[in-house]
Design a protein around this ligand. Sequence first.
Ligand code: NCD
Length: 330
Amino acid sequence: MKRHLISAADLTRDDAVLILDTAEEMARVADRPIKKLPTLRGRTVVNLFFEDSTRTRISFEAAAKRLSADVINFSAKGSSVSKGESLKDTALTLEAMGADAVVIRHHASGAPYRLATSGWIDGSVVNAGDGTHEHPTQALLDAFTMRRRLTGPDDGLGRGLDGRRITIVGDVLHSRVARSNVHLLATLGAHVTLVAPPTLVPVGVQTWPCEVAYDLDQVLPKSDAVMMLRVQRERMNAAFFPTEREYSRRYGLDGDRMAKMPEHAVVMHPGPMNRGMEITAEVADSGRCTAVEQVANGVSIRMAVLYLLLGGNEPAVATPAASSRTEESK
Ligand code: NCD
């Protein structure tokens, strides 16, 4: 694996499978009475958040703490950034504090790349969402959730997402979640279809490893998972659709539409949800919607990413066999 995680497109299939498999081990730790591993003791992880976040920030914090790292949470609001301090000066400050990893969310696409390639800091950089560009750990936790939900006990996790049909619906234009998912899912062998109003399909989508469709009702019966995207009003500087009602009618998921999906298919949402807009409360609260599971899986994925980027050569999770070997060698 590379030293940084900036884009899902940087991950080879082997990297991605290694992260997903490591996250499975991390998830088993969450079932133990004591949910902590000593793996990153003495290492410092800084959460550098220039944009609002609930799930992603607390998830990275929980992940770093479960690995025993020291965590520093930095949010732009209330810091010297609001006095005009630049990304460079902020980065130099973090470096002076000895950050081993910087988890960054920024409204500007490319900010994590700049941080990773500038030489301002020595540690690993993890992109926690940059503008409308990418959100690789979200794509990883989505893939983890789908792999768990769609792969039955008989076929193990080996088959993974090969040949699965994943539909991503809604505001693709402004969605870093969609971009990262398209790259990662293609790497993992899944077939991705984007469904959106023409105004919310990005220019250049022909070069992405996916198909584009405009009629949700036609695509639903062929989908193994349907990922609903939030309509990102804060990034819209124009009218992209006539009315909310019209948007929901054509691209929203309600109970009737969900019934068109195959029985095994799941509904996903990265959160935060606009209930009543892209998804109805009936669907959001149904057993087929994985939104809450995605949050729980996010912690395991971020533990895996931090461990693989920062961890030493020791196994992340001590198995009883491995610990008895260490006892014998004493
Ligand atoms: C997403 C994000 O911030 O990009 N949310 C998340 O990380 N859970 C999607 C969104 O804001 O709609």
